[in-house]
Design a protein around this ligand. Sequence first.
Ligand code: URA
Ligand code: CA
Length: 434
Amino acid sequence: MRMVDLIQKKRDGQQLSTEEIQWIIEGYTNDTIPDYQISALMMAIYFKGMTEQERADLTMAMVASGDQIDLSAIDGVKVDKHSTGGVGDTTTLVLGPLVAAVGVPVAKMSGRGLGHTGGTIDKLESISGFHVEINKDEFIDLVNKNKLAVVGQSGNLTPADKKLYALRDVTATVNSIPLIASSIMSKKIAAGADAIVLDVKTGAGAFMKTLEDSRELAQAMVRIGNNVGRRTLAVISDMSQPLGWAIGNALEVNEAIQTLKGEGPEDLTELCLVLGSQMVYAAGQAETLEDARQQLIKVINTGEALEKFKTFVAAQGGDASVVDDPSKLPQAKYQIELPAKEAGYVSSIVADQIGTAAMWLGAGRATKDSVIDLGVGIVLTKKIGDEVKAGEPLAVIHSNTEEVNHVKEELYRSILLSKEPVTPPVLIHEEITE
Ligand code: URA
Ligand code: CA
């Protein structure tokens, strides 16, 4: 095979075969095919697209490029959830205990965050003693016993995707639905998922700004998953404002605890019920999505979901008493209100700018080596559609320094008011099932 012929084939709109795609990905992973030829191929794909077969082949070739986690020693269908980017997205912290409480095994590999707020591991580490450095046997034992464990990412997963993503980033070829879809799916499959639930965000704060693009991406991923034998479902959810009230590590753990108690913010609770229902359904533990939802509501009401969170925290060395007394979580020294400069209705809360403001406070990492300040962050007190009087707080800044003028200014730029009443955005735009 010659790479130049394959580039030409795709340039002319023809379909690459399974063997050709495997050959390309192997060659790129082991450095026998140079960046410039792969760049040309990516640009050809950007313009000509890929068939369903090609997308499935590309996904599985990237899965095969590195280690694959074997979770077969865990009983039951392992369902993983993926969100395409979100600010203050506390869903993972809630969904783990919630679906584990109805018996769905959650074997979660998570990363640390870069930019915005921390990742799931950073958030969990705001609980004193909690650690994710457990070996594979312990991890599997914990999931079999408690139905839930979280471990740090290890091993060499999808190296082909890492190289391709970095190359796409500098060749203006990130924004291609087949390439994004296979990139995301390859990582979930390599991490051992039998079934996958996708939360595709749409709106100003999201990767996909329009509903049409989000739907196309969601459908592309659902088809890939089902074509390679992984039951896959998706939700398209709103990201025109952050989810819930809290943005910050310990603040989000507290918010997750409230939500597991049934006292969380409405939007976060609803999204967790929708995604959780898909997870329970995909795991084969409910006949219908509605049946799954009733199971989840029940474990919130009986306290079993909250109890599951305690068991999970204690099993990984954490102080589970924070669940009953969240004031034991790290807290910032200062709580500074952000007063509205004028009366009106909240019309927009630009999620990624709020995330940036939280990062400046120390809640996220500016670089890979930054140390996170677990107690700091931002708690919104108003959401889109809410009426505000002049001087009323729009948000509360949790900070370890009193000097927060630059943070305030960024927040004033991200929380916009209108004189006219504003309709709150729809949270769940669509559900894509088989
Ligand atoms: N996120 C990914 O993981 N891959 C992409 O290609 C784009 C966003
Ligand atoms: Ca939140």
